[in-house]
Design a protein around this ligand. Structure first.
Ligand SMILES: [Zn+2]
Length: 180
């Protein structure tokens, strides 16, 4: 047993303070919780740090802190993951969530959180990259695909080029011949 007891409010406050302090020292900043904007009820706060030059790869830490204290629940955990931000929509997970249980010593909980953050950092740096330079993520089908879905963009560009070429040759599509 450690010095953290979730039944004691003062300790919940001290743990919350220590978590926030550890995150700040590690260069993490609070960001909007996506889940909230999708209409989920959540008291979770999200902290992130950019780890790529383009600002699209982030380590994220999720933790529930309400009114300066962590929740009184043994089930609560701190979650750490890495994501890639497409700029126009939901970020994609690059390194799966790992959990840090909020049990034991306050100092050790924060140490474990830091260790997980470093682990995720290492794993995201070792992530397979697409030929376009973007990290790959595991798709629903289970294969590794470019987080930027760059092949879809290439397909679109190819179609666009073909259409332009047809138009130049005078072979316009049927839609262009409909009289209005
Ligand atoms: Zn790519």
């Amino acid at each position: 047993m450690g010095n953290y007891n979730p039944e004691i409010r003062e300790l919940r406050k001290i743990l919350a303070f220590n978590i926030l302090d550890t995150l700040e020292t590690a260069g993490f900043e609070e960001v909007a919780n996506d889940r909230k904007s999708w209409g989920f009820q959540t008291k979770e706060r999200v902290f992130a740090r950019n780890i790529s030059d383009d600002g699209r790869v982030k380590i994220k830490v999720f933790t529930t802190i309400v009114a300066n204290e962590v929740r009184n629940s043994g089930k609560d955990s701190i979650r750490v993951c890495a994501t890639w931000d497409p700029h126009d929509g939901r970020s994609r997970g690059l390194v799966k969530i790992t959990r840090v249980h909020r049990t034991g010593d306050i100092e050790k909980i924060c140490q474990r959180m830091l260790e997980r953050m470093r682990e995720v950092w290492k794993r995201v740096n070792a992530t397979e990259r697409c030929s376009c330079g973007t990290p790959k993520f595991k798709s629903k089908k289970g294969n590794m695909v470019c987080a930027d879905l760059c092949w879809k963009r290439r397909q679109r560009e190819q179609r666009q080029r073909k259409t332009n070429e047809y138009a130049r040759q005078g072979n316009v599509g049927h839609w262009a011949m409909v009289e209005v």
